[in-house]
Design a protein. Structure first.
Ligand SMILES: N[C@@H](CCC(=O)N[C@@H](CS)C(=O)NCC(=O)O)C(=O)O
Length: 199
């Protein structure tokens, strides 16, 4: 079995170092350059992503890109760590919903606020950040994690993003949200991923 993460430090692919550490499977890292703001770097020929983005994984020669697709693919391929509910588990539906909501609603909503772009009501597929975060906060007031009592790959996507925006006024922060981010980011697998990234 070969598993490679195509990665660029301190980007969205950092969350996949965290997920791979949670899964406790052997993997390699292929470092690539990406088109960062203020840098002259162009597309890196070592990156097979159609737009030169990260993350990408190569699993026995199969390429998967897009954060939510990679999360689902990896948690299905390596179920032993219990990081994603499997088919037949009543949490499977919520799991798929929260994955799709991340790429279809949460990220566009954050990016609209970050880029100071208004969201025309009803015409975009997402909602204003305040409305999106009200849904998240309500979910986290009921449970420790997005899917309930158990940490899963969706928490890596959500808590990883919230952690980046903790100091940014665009993120409305409830006490439950702060505790959630603290709970998720204190996991040993994240410490291992960060040490790998820095090291
Ligand atoms: N839709 C992609 C977004 C990935 C993405 O935008 N990654 C950034 C790094 S955080 C990137 O590679 N940017 C370089 C570029 O756009 O050329 C996903 O969900 O995986």
């Amino acid at each position: 079995m070969t598993l490679t993460l195509i990665h660029s430090p301190r980007t969205r692919s950092s969350s996949f170092l965290w997920l791979l550490e949670e899964l406790e499977v052997p993997y390699d890292i292929r470092l690539v350059t990406i088109r960062r703001q203020g840098s002259e770097d162009g597309l890196d020929p070592a990156n097979p992503h159609p737009h030169g983005k990260v993350p990408v994984i190569l699993h026995d020669g199969v390429m998967v890109h897009e954060q939510t697709a990679i999360s689902l693919y990896l948690t299905d391929a390596f179920p032993a760590a219990g990081m994603g509910p499997q088919i037949g588990d009543p949490k499977r539906g919520p799991y798929l919903t929260w994955l799709a909501y991340y790429s279809g609603v949460a990220e566009p909503s954050f990016m609209s606020a970050f880029l100071k772009t208004d969201v025309p009501r009803g015409t975009a597929g997402w909602v204003k950040v305040e409305e999106m975060m009200a849904h998240i906060n309500k979910t986290l007031e009921a449970n420790d994690y997005i899917l309930g009592e158990r940490f899963s790959a969706v928490d890596i996507l959500y808590a990883g993003t919230f952690a980046l925006f903790m100091q940014n006024p665009i993120l409305p922060k409830s006490a439950a949200l702060k505790e959630y981010v603290q709970r998720c980011t204190s996991r040993p697998a994240l410490a291992r991923a960060t040490a790998k990234e820095n090291g």
